[in-house]
Design a protein around this ligand. Structure first.
Ligand code: UDP
Length: 325
């Protein structure tokens, strides 16, 4: 029997590359696509020797076509950190609107099932805590995060429209803060920022007083949840994340302890519209997918720290923005 074929957009990114690995492991034929604006080929270079992997250097916001049968499309292409949205706001909007439209059109043509990467950002600065899938959110459309949040909200809407109007099989995962190897060291997100600073002997830049909370999920747990959701028959959005909530100040202290450095936390201005709290309600994922996270923050952080430590000094220094400065 021929292998099932899956197209993964954003294949060279943090999550996309882990998805490629997972589908290869499950004996799929994987077609990766990425325009490499924020992705990096080194995340998938180990796959290029495989017959069951192919890669297209292409912008999914432009017309896409893949020949042959296609069973699944996973749309994971998008800048995904606040610094990126500020640097490349138009591309962020385009990949969440034109990009998903292209994926849905291709899926309709091929009879493929589509899973989209949505985000806890659809809840904005949430007034309901923890966040359930029923909560509609509190998003500022014209704030710095608006380009990402509204693109992802549009992406959910158009995906649901293809489901109801065209009968397309669709899945929507709302991803909460996730970490692990292959995060971009300089993408501005808190974990690579703190670990990078500790490794360079700099103080850790805590935004505001650090009382804002996040709940961090290790990447392997997230990928397992996504895999289960894809194979489920549930078309409504599902939160996947780790409900273990921590303040950014306590998180910084954990990183200082983990890295064994003498750095301090120094307070920097809190960015505009920075959500004050975030924690997923994962009742649905538990009930529908039989999923919950397994990796403790202590274990996940250790693996991630070892990954960052293994990078060369040049990589440690390298700016994440050389590609579009
Ligand atoms: N943060 C911080 N220092 C940094 C980077 C981020 O204190 O150097 C804070 C940020 O203000 C936010 C939290 O850490 O409250 C998580 O930020 P991140 O950019 O990782 O993700 P998001 O805000 O999208 O959850």
């Amino acid at each position: 029997m021929s292998k099932k074929r899956v197209l993964i957009t954003g294949a060279a990114g943090f999550l996309g590359s882990h998805l490629c690995d997972r589908f290869i492991k499950e004996d799929y034929h994987v077609i990766g696509m990425d325009n490499l604006i924020t992705g990096d080929l080194k995340n998938i270079e180990h796959l290029f020797k495989l017959e069951s992997f192919e890669f297209y250097h292409h912008d999914v916001s432009k017309f896409i076509y893949v020949s042959g049968q296609l069973d699944y499309i996973l749309h994971f292409a998008s800048p995904a950190s606040p610094i990126d949205y500020l640097k490349i706001p138009i591309q962020t909007l385009k990949v969440g609107s034109l990009g998903i439209h292209n994926c849905l059109g291709l899926a309709k043509e091929k009879g493929a099932r589509v899973l989209i990467a949505s985000t806890s950002e659809v809840y904005g600065d949430p007034l309901v805590h923890p966040q359930t899938e029923e909560y509609w959110g509190n998003v500022n459309p014209v704030g710095p995060r608006g380009v990402y949040d509204e693109a992802k909200r549009f992406q959910e809407a158009i995906t649901m429209a293809y489901h109801t109007y065209h009968g397309l099989e669709t899945r929507i995962v709302r991803i909460f803060n996730t970490y692990g190897p292959r995060m971009r060291l300089n993408d501005g997100r808190v974990l690579p920022a703190f670990i990078g600073q500790a490794l360079r002997g700099e103080d850790l830049t805590m935004f505001g007083d650090g009382s804002q909370t996040r709940s961090f999920c290790y990447v392997d747990d997230l990928i397992e949840g996504i895999y289960r959701l894809l194979l489920s028959d549930y078309a409504q959005p599902v939160n996947i994340g780790n409900p273990n909530e921590i303040t950014i100040k306590d998180f910084g202290e954990e990183i200082i302890k983990l890295t064994g450095t003498n750095q301090k936390l120094v307070s920097k201005p809190l960015p505009k519209d920075d959500p004050k709290q975030r924690k997923p309600d994962i009742t649905k994922a538990k009930e529908i997918l039989g999923w919950e996270p397994k990796v403790s923050r202590a274990d996940g952080l250790k693996i991630t720290y070892d990954y960052f430590k293994s990078l060369s000094p040049e990589e440690l220094k390298k700016s994440a923005y050389h590609k579009f400065d």
